[in-house]
Design a protein around this ligand. Sequence first.
Ligand code: 5GP
Ligand code: ZN
Length: 119
Amino acid sequence: FEPKLDADCIFCKIINGDIPSYTIYEDDMVKAFLDISQGTPGHTLVIPKTHVPDIFAYDTDLASAVFARIPKIARAIKASDDRIIGMNIVNNNGAVAYQSVFHSHFHLIPRYSDKDDFR
Ligand code: 5GP
Ligand code: ZN
């Protein structure tokens, strides 16, 4: 695995530590960190530690690595608060699909018991 970072990409800067982030999980292949704009508390972004702009640029090895790690990260977030009873996982590709940061990422958005959920 040869990671490639893009000097002009904000998520590459998060990977190399030039922009601070609140890390939820990290290994050689992926980083998970809190979204700066929390849709619900615990809203997390999972990114590959190599610069790929969108899902269309994944090869099978990268897809296997990133997708394989999402359930474990999702469980860790869910286990962090017993009010979390569900989760949306969202991946936007292209400006037309509301992608705003062009380093591929998956939104993990915890959903809370009705009394506490945000709508
Ligand atoms: P997109 O719209 O591309 O699917 O999502 C990009 C996400 O990145 C947004 O939810 C936005 O809040 C988040 N974001 C943008 N800049 C930063 C940043 O510098 N730090 C963190 N933690 N999140 C960011
Ligand atoms: Zn990048």
